[in-house]
Design a protein. Sequence first.
Lengths: 294, 265
Amino acid sequence: MNVIEINNLTKSYGKSRGITDVSFTVEEGEIFGFIGPNGAGKSTTIRTLLSLIYPTSGSAKIFGKDCVKFAPEIKKQIGYLPSEVFYYDNMKVIDLLKYSASFYKKDCSQRIKELAEIMNLDLTKKIDDLSLGNKKKVGIVQGLLHEPKLIILDEPTSGLDPLMQQKFFELLEQENKKGATILFSSHILSEVQRLCNRVAIIKEGKIVTVEKIKTLKENNYKKFKIETIGLVETNIFQLPGVTKLERNGSTISFLFKGNINTVLKKLSELTVANLWIEEPDLEEIFLHYYEKEA
Amino acid sequence: MNIFLHELRANGKSTFIWSISLIMVVVLFMSFYPSFAKDAEAFTKIMEGYPETVRNLLGVNLGSFFTILGFYCFPLTFITLCGAIQAMNLGTSIISKEVREKTADFLLTKPVTRTKVVTAKLLAAFTSLVLTNLVYLSAASIIAFQVKNENFSFKVFIMLSLTMFFVQLIFLAIGFMLSVMIPKLKSVLPVSLGTVFAFYFLGMFSDTTGEDAKRYLSPFKYYDTAYILKHAEYEAAFLFAGVVIIIIAVISSYVVYTKKDIHSV
C-alpha cells in the first residue's frame, strides 16, 4: 500500500521558486529519504502534503485520501517535525506537550514521559529558556507523542548533538519497526544513507531520480587500492571497467565497475601487502547526479 | 475547545491589564464629579465662552454635562478609545501572532480545520472582551453610585457603557480582517494604533459638522451619547451599520484564511 502518493504536484510562486511535476510514492513501512540542497523544493513539497500551502496543479494522496480535502482526518495519523521549531514561548514544556496531545483523542501522557526520558528532556522548563537543541527535542516529542502512522521530518537533525542524533535515529527506527512510515527530508547525505531504504533526489523543484539506496550504490564504482610486495606491472589491471588506473610506488589504485570477481582473480596472482576496496559514499553519487544535469 | 482555552489563557494577562487600566481611568474621572458638580455654574460660564465646535470636539454638551450621566460621557470617550485599541490589538494578533511566533506550523498540522482554528481564536478574543466589559461595568457602576448626588437612570448608564463594547466588536472584526489580508504583519501595534487613531480623529472632525452621513465613516460616532441620554435608546441605523461591518469583515477573513498559503519563515 502507498502511504504517500504524489502525482505531478506543482506549486509555483510566480518566479523561480516552487516545485514542478513532482511525483513519487512512499510505501507503507518505508523510511523514505528526500534529499536535495537548500531551496530545491523539499519543504515546499512537504508543506503541500500537510496542506499548509495549496498546490497550483497536481495532487497528493496520503493514506489514499486527497491531502487537501481530507486534511484534518489525515493529520490525526501524521507526526510532523519542522526544520525550525518555535513554540509558544511563555509555556512550559509539559503544558505545550499536553496542548499538543489534546488535539488527538487519546491519552498520550505515558508516551510523553517515555519520549522525554529517551530524549533527556526537562519537562518543567519554560520553552523560552531552552536552547535550540532542546527546543528541537520538544519538537521531536511533540511529533511522536500520538504514535503517528506517518512521520514527516523536514531536516530534523539541525541543532542536535551527535549523541542526541544517534538516540533520535534509534527512536525513528523503533517507530518504523512498530509500523510507522517515515518521510525524511535532508541535505545531509550520511544521515539519509544511515536510515533510509529509498530516496528521491530533488533539484531545482524537479525530481531527478527515485532509487533504492542500495541500487544507487551498486550502480556505481568501487574504489580499489592495492599495496603489493615487490613491483608489479600496472597493466595487469588493464581490464574492462577499470578507470583512473594509477600507480604510486608500490600502491596501485583504480576505479572499477563490473563483476568484482574478475579483479579478485587477478589479485590472487599477486602477493598483496594491503588492500582497500571502498564503496563510494552517497556524497559522490549525489554530486554525480548534480553534475550530470548541470 | 482546547484552542479556545489556550487562547483565552494567552490573552489573560493583557485582558487583566486592560481591565485594570480602564477601571483606573473611570474611577479617576468619576471621583472628580462631586467637586465638579459643586462649581457647575462657574464652569458653565467658562464653557459658554468656547465656540460650539470646540465644545463638540471635547464632547461637552452643556445641556446635560452636569448630571452624572452627562459627565460620565466625557471619560467614556477616552475609555472607548482605549477599549478600541485593546480590541484592535486582539483582532490583529489573532492570526498574525501565529506567523510571527512561527507557531502556525504547529497548530495547522494538527487534525483541525482552519475554520475551527479561527472560530476558536475569535471566540476567545470575544470572551476576553466580554470579561473586560463585565469587570469594567461593575467597577464603573460602583463608582457611579458612590459619587452620585441625585438619582440617575441605571439603564441609561449601562447603555452608555455598552457602547464601548459595540465599538470594540467592530474593531476586533476590522483588526482580524487586516491580520488575514496583510501577508506578513511584522508588528501589531503600529497597525492597530494607526487604524484606531485614524478612525478616532475622523470621528472627531465629522462630529464638528453635525452631518449624519459623515458619522458612518467612524465607528466611534455610531453610538452618539447625547442621543442615548435623550432617548434612552440606540440609533437603529448605526447599530445596523456596525453589525454589517462585523459580518463582512469576519466572513471575508474566514474565506481568505482557509485558502491562504502558510509559508515557512
